[in-house]
Design a protein around this ligand. Sequence first.
Ligand code: NI
Length: 181
Amino acid sequence: MSVDKDIVCAPDDRLKVECAPIEKIDSKVRSLAKRMLKDMYEAEGCGLAAPQVGELVQLVVIDVDYSGSAGKNPYVLINPKVIAADGPERAFSEGCLSYPGITVEVKRPSHVIVQAQNLDGDLMQYEAQDNLLAVCLQHEIDHLHGVTMVDHLTPGERVAAMRDYQEAVALGARPGETSVE
Ligand code: NI
């Protein structure tokens, strides 16, 4: 399936639910991770959460190193938990494959520690500070709890962002595009 058809775009109730923990890492989970990585690379995103492809389970994929010619360094996080989110808040211009055509300024804690299982079932720990990974971990894990980037905005900012989003969609924005020429 093409990435355009596979990605769930806002507004959609599947982006607003608490996702179920994954109890067994089986072939279904492995093929979901593979499908999500394919979509993420195709859309040139740096992260994707399972509800964004309509699967309401706690799985995210992230690759903050990939930029076309550079090598791939994919992380697959199963049942990720934020152990710490602290440090001074930083504003970052975020995009989301479920909101084609827009970016929004989101403030988040600058330091994060996350624990998650990988596809082998090993418990991994990820720590990031003041970088794209710190932002991406928080953004993607939010998706597993029904929270998207616009939920971090003030009500006024959210109205403006949703107006921009509707305009972008009307102009044909597709997942992975953060502005419409
Ligand atoms: Ni997103």
